[in-house]
Design a protein around this ligand. Structure first.
Ligand code: SF4
Ligand code: SF4
Length: 405
């Protein structure tokens, strides 16, 4: 697809990225087949091909307004479209450039700016969210249904390992996850301890920056990325083998650090080093399998393939494979490629679409009558957990359950 990107964007790395992505697109529309939002609305502009056209127009300097912004806002950034594109179009890289350009050309109403700013302020500092949750729990009974559903269940954290192994890795504590589900990191540390790896939460590392970047504060997102990169490079220099991120949504954004920092060659290079050493815990356990202390009686489970594990690193079925090898009985799940609607802050910003996607996902996940649903991402954990009739857990917890002494 030919595109005459306007100056000065055309002279930037972002402009060159957009040009390269657009040139690869032959507008065949095959990507629409796997797009969850196109699947829901049937509107060409709610599919990847339509959005590519909208972004192209914006980059060429045509006036854009709220209509364009709404169609881009409705995109989940799930990257399912990339899995069916025969031309290898890296849609998400174009989307990031397009959203930033459109945000400048079509300023949001103050109410939207306020809401987005509030989400950022609350989530990127975990103590704020943790305080709000702690204050809200005793009054759960009095909260309106919409807020009651958003209050995550309190789960016992359990013990943290005290042994120190020669093999050491750095764990992203996370922002939302450390406030809502700190037990997931503790389970991850226990499992890694059992396979001979010390997993430490690195001081100085915080929110990955995805929320800021995707909520109209890209420079704030870049600043958070730089802060994390500095801390992780220090850890890698000091002998850490890898950076472990067990929230696949955060990992997906960290993989994009070299892109979002492309105009800053020093940090882009540092970011590439971090990404080369970035691992989902499933990658470590595939090469260093845990030895369970007991075998479960093949409980029926459902494993949700988080888009950010499935469509970027293409590891979507790896957790189910591991759990099956440990004695669980993962049930087949229809339409595994369709997003559950969590997608960062999407469930807050696009509640209708997110609710429909979640209802369909829960129907698919519970079709095999599982005892629990397992996921790889904190966002899916929260979003599905709000409505699921069975417990929703991170898959690392299922491994942890089998490794108790
Ligand atoms: S499938 Fe790929 S080449 Fe075809 S329209 Fe979609 S993005 Fe473009
Ligand atoms: S990222 Fe997901 S929602 Fe967005 S266009 Fe691609 S498939 Fe559709």
């Amino acid at each position: 697809m030919r595109c005459d990107i306007e100056s000065p964007l055309a002279q930037t790395v972002a402009g060159a990225t957009a040009q390269a992505v657009l040139s690869a697109c032959v507008h065949c529309g095959m990507c629409n087949a796997t797009c969850p939002t196109y699947h829901l609305t049937g509107d060409e502009l709610d599919g990847p091909r339509g959005r590519i056209y909208l972004i192209k127009q914006a980059l060429e300097g045509e006036p854009v307004g709220r209509l364009t912004q709404n169609h881009l806002d409705r995109c989940l950034s799930c990257r399912a479209c990339e899995t069916t594109c025969p031309s290898g179009v890296e849609y998400h890289r174009l989307l990031d450039v397009g959203r930033e350009v459109v945000a400048h050309q079509a300023p949001r109403p103050w109410s939207e700016r306020l809401f987005r700013g509030a989400i950022r302020a609350l989530c990127i500092e975990p103590w704020r969210l943790a305080t709000l949750i702690a204050l809200g729990r005793p009054f759960r009974f009095a909260l309106p249904a919409i807020l009651k559903g958003k209050l995550p269940p309190k789960v016992e954290i359990g013990s943290r390992p005290t042994r120190v192994h020669e093999r050491r890795m750095s764990l992203l504590k996370g922002c939302v996850q450390s406030a809502t589900a700190p037990h997931i990191n503790a389970a991850n540390q226990r499992v890694f301890d059992k396979v001979g790896v010390t997993l430490t939460e690195t001081p100085g590392v915080g929110c990955c920056g995805a929320l800021s970047f995707h909520l109209d504060a890209p420079d704030e997102g870049r600043a958070l990325a730089r802060r994390n990169i500095d801390a992780w490079i220090g850890e890698l220099d000091a002998g850490a083998e890898a950076v472990i991120v067990n929230a696949s949504g955060c990992a997906a954004f960290i993989r994009d650090y070299p892109d979002i920092l492309a105009e800053d060659p020093v940090y882009a290079a540092r970011a590439r080093r971090v990404v080369e050493n970035l691992r989902d815990p499933i990658e470590v356990l595939e090469t260093t399998p845990p030895t369970p202390h007991r075998t479960p009686a093949r409980p029926r489970i459902a494993v949700h393939q988080s888009c950010t594990l499935r469509n970027g690193p293409r590891l979507g079925d790896a957790p189910a494979r591991l759990l099956a090898s440990l004695g669980y009985d993962p049930q087949p799940v229809a339409d595994a490629h369709l997003c559950c609607g969590s997608a960062g802050a999407y469930s807050l910003l696009q509640p209708t679409m997110a609710g429909k996607l979640r209802a369909d996902k829960i129907t698919a996940l519970t079709a095999g009558a599982p005892q629990a649903i397992y996921t790889a991402n904190i966002g899916c954990w929260m979003h599905l957990g709000e409505k699921s009739p069975v417990p929703v857990r991170h898959w690392i917890e299922a491994v942890d359950d089998l490794l108790d002494a």
